[in-house]
Design a binder for this molecule. Sequence first.
Ligand code: GUN
Length: 292
Amino acid sequence: MQLMDGSFVAQQIKEELAHEVLTRKSKGMKIPHLAAVLVGEDGASLTYVSSKVKSCEQIGFGSTLIQLPESVSQSQLIEEIEKLNKNQDIDGYIIQLPLPAHINEKAVLMHVSPDKDVDGFHPECIGKMALGMDTFLPATPAGIIELIKRYQIETAGKNCVVVGRSHIVGMPISLLMQRNAYPGNATVTTLHSKSSNIKEVCAQADILIVAIGKPGYVTADMVKEGAVVIDVGITRVADDAKKSGFRIAGDVDFHSVAHKCSWITPVPGGVGPMTIASLLINTMKSVQLKEK
Ligand code: GUN
């Protein structure tokens, strides 16, 4: 078993981007600027958004965090989005999900200008991705693709099983793994809450990508000998031994599964850091697209 070390690769990507920022500075070119909108006080969302802002600072990007109260109305949130669309200095921004229940997520995301949508959630971005056109890829799937690429894992003709069909991870990674490209050209099966024979189908996978948010869901009996296992789960689980009172758990029972795998991502330190790295790549791409 070998680890796909997302922390290491994400650090490499950040160094590459930091170098690019310095080059741009020396040429008097625009420095990329990422903004994040956080609605409410959810602890996990605040942690993710803060680490996105911190990563921007580390590599020399501009960053802005816009915090809005849980009680913000949908129209007030849309007003903030319109301001970001107009702000010439902001190259890309994200609306941290989930949003409070009184806000219609789909309706709000429709207002994000596709040329600043570094999360790649706008229907125009998803449509272009599905058609294999150049666009911003959603950060987590893009991070998985980058990880597969940097570890030179063969995907063509492989049996790829994706567990989960969320719009953020399961659906887009299923599309990306079956496209005519590298990584891609896999035969993809997407499993979801209504699927039958989940264990048997998982056990056929050469590449198993799990994104359902159920800690320890994938056990050794569901994994084929020599499989590549990519764990997208990042659930907070109560743990008295930790100062914070919780630990981060993946969807894969790492200890029982790891010895069967050729490659596996750890949690934490696998897909998580790659998501942030992809967001930074997309922000750099946004600046570069405007220069074309
Ligand atoms: N919430 C969980 N994952 C994501 C993500 O990739 N982007 C945003 N904006 N919110 C999320």
